[in-house]
Design a protein around this ligand. Structure first.
Ligand SMILES: N[C@@H](CCC(=O)N[C@@H](CS)C(=O)NCC(=O)O)C(=O)O
Length: 269
């Protein structure tokens, strides 16, 4: 359900495109990719997830689930990244010739991507300020998200991580199979929302050390995607080099310890 009736009168008065997003959020990256591909200007409202800004009353009055992204287009509120990109791509036949199942698969991969990101990238970050943790637990209305952070702090069960890795591997093999007929893009000869929906995920798994050796066609597709200017403007330019370096250092450490993503799920055995 992309368009939702907002109770927030301030949003209804906004004109043009307003995007509430976060630099590293894969769901935000999808939306920025479409905006970049379409050369659309937008008013950027950054939400600092690390500081827990999405637990503020002000942000939860914008996005009812307290997550990013949220888009307001001439006073109408859209949530859910896959729905938002479809809204933005209306009237652009190439972008719209995506496969519904690939969009649904990308949407469904979100929670696994989140778990893997926290385990294999964010766990390397210094622990957050306990006061901030408490404020988040007291103020964020999304019980699932609050529990997710508690699970992260306690350490995820191995079985949960294994399962996310196996599901990810299955999805990536499905994408690789789609490319088996020699097509250039995931849904055929046109670059479409299928490519946009998946690119942030593929980029993120690579940061975690996913090698793509089992999915060579997807690996070649990814190499092609990196040449698109939108990959730079929507993803890379939003990732501070210090953060990229910190992720690379942590991934390397986990690899040396034998506890990186390749050691889970039995995918690389
Ligand atoms: N299905 C939603 C998922 C939104 C979502 O979970 N966004 C993440 C970033 S990609 C978020 O805001 N996370 C907040 C957090 O991890 O605290 C969408 O596609 O928009």
């Amino acid at each position: 359900m992309p368009l939702i009736e907002t109770q927030n009168p301030a949003l209804k008065t906004l004109t043009g495109l307003h995007l509430w997003h976060a630099p590293l959020s894969s769901c935000s990256q999808r939306v920025r990719l479409v905006l970049s591909e379409l050369n659309r200007d937008f008013e950027s409202h950054l939400v600092n997830l690390e500081a827990g800004e999405h637990a503020s009353e002000a942000y939860q009055a914008i996005h009812p689930k307290g997550v990013v992204p949220a888009l307001v287009d001439d006073g109408r509120l859209y949530i859910e990244s896959v729905d938002i990109i479809q809204h933005l791509a209306q009237g652009h036949a190439d972008l719209m010739c995506a496969d519904a199942d690939l969009l649904a698969l990308a949407d469904g991969a979100q929670l696994d991507l989140k778990l893997l990101t926290f385990e294999f990238l964010f766990r390397g970050a210094p622990p957050p300020d306990p006061k901030q943790v408490q404020a988040f637990q007291e103020n964020h209305k999304n019980a699932w998200l609050r529990q997710f952070y508690r699970d992260f702090q306690a350490g995820f069960d191995r079985a949960r991580v294994d399962y996310a890795v196996r599901r990810t591997d299955a999805a990536l093999k499905l994408l690789d199979a789609r490319l088996a007929d020699g097509r250039k893009y995931l849904s055929g000869e046109a670059f479409s929302l299928s490519d946009i929906a998946w690119l942030p995920n593929i980029h993120r798994y690579a940061m975690m050390g996913w090698s793509y050796e089992n999915t060579p066609r997807l690996s070649a597709w990814f190499a092609g995607m990196k040449n698109r200017p939108s990959y730079g403007t929507a993803l890379i330019d939003w990732q501070p080099v210090e953060i990229r370096n910190a992720f690379a250092t942590y991934t390397q450490r986990r690899s040396e310890e034998g506890t990186d993503i390749r050691a889970f799920g039995g995918v690389y055995e």
